[in-house]
Design a protein around this ligand. Sequence first.
Ligand SMILES: Nc1nc2c(ncn2[C@@H]2O[C@H](COP(=O)(O)OP(=O)(O)O)[C@@H](O)[C@H]2O)c(=O)[nH]1
Ligand SMILES: Nc1ncnc2c1ncn2[C@@H]1O[C@H](COP(=O)(O)OP(=O)(O)O)[C@@H](O)[C@H]1O
Length: 204
Amino acid sequence: MKEKGLLIVLSGPSGVGKGTVRQAIFSRPDAKFEYSISMTTRKPREGEIDGVDYFFRSREEFEQLIKEGKLLEYAEYVGNYYGTPLDYVNETLATGKDVFLEIEVQGAKQVREKVPDGLFIFLMPPNLNELESRIVGRGTESVELIRNRMEAAKREIELMSLYDYIVENDQVDLAVERINAIVLAEHCRSERAASKYIKMLEGK
Ligand SMILES: Nc1nc2c(ncn2[C@@H]2O[C@H](COP(=O)(O)OP(=O)(O)O)[C@@H](O)[C@H]2O)c(=O)[nH]1
Ligand SMILES: Nc1ncnc2c1ncn2[C@@H]1O[C@H](COP(=O)(O)OP(=O)(O)O)[C@@H](O)[C@H]1O
């Protein structure tokens, strides 16, 4: 039987750079993980494609999926639902591939409870001033909302003890290297996983 893949969860406070780091990981031709495309009820932004960036669904459709137990986790974030399709994760892990989730902290907490042997990585800002500049720099929020975001970020940072590793996102490329190194180290911890990794290096 094939050894199951590793479930890798990248989370962290809003505005820390989760989406940016995830895109950098998957824009590399040698990306070793499978990205789980999330479902959301938020409207597509310009250039976003259904089935590539997200599976865009109506609230009714999303609530039906919740009822049917089709989501590994879900959360409501700034007025929209976001969730991880369960079947894709299970089926991909069963083929021995590592699955990568980039999700906000409430969802990550649910995954920690359901998949305790996953690899949980918390992305940290270098400091709170820098986090605030990134939220402001993104230009999507009003002054009032930025204050709320900063308060929420402090509460989100308190949840970091639920994670296996903390990665500082001072520079995107460095954060990507750290994440890749952590996954490699995790594979080396178990002998069976190490033999799987050797097979991967051999291209089998
Ligand atoms: N719980 C959960 N959060 C998700 C999922 N997919 C994306 N997110 C998070 O939802 C938040 C909002 O994402 P998005 O609307 O793309 O806006 P962004 O703030 O520009 O990244 C980000 O923190 C994502 O990490 C998911 O499947 N589940
Ligand atoms: N290492 C970094 N240094 C400087 N700016 C960054 C870095 N990582 C992300 N950013 C910027 O911070 C803002 C928030 O990033 P984003 O990926 O949307 O965060 P999140 O997905 O965690 O909410 C974006 O404008 C992005 O370009």
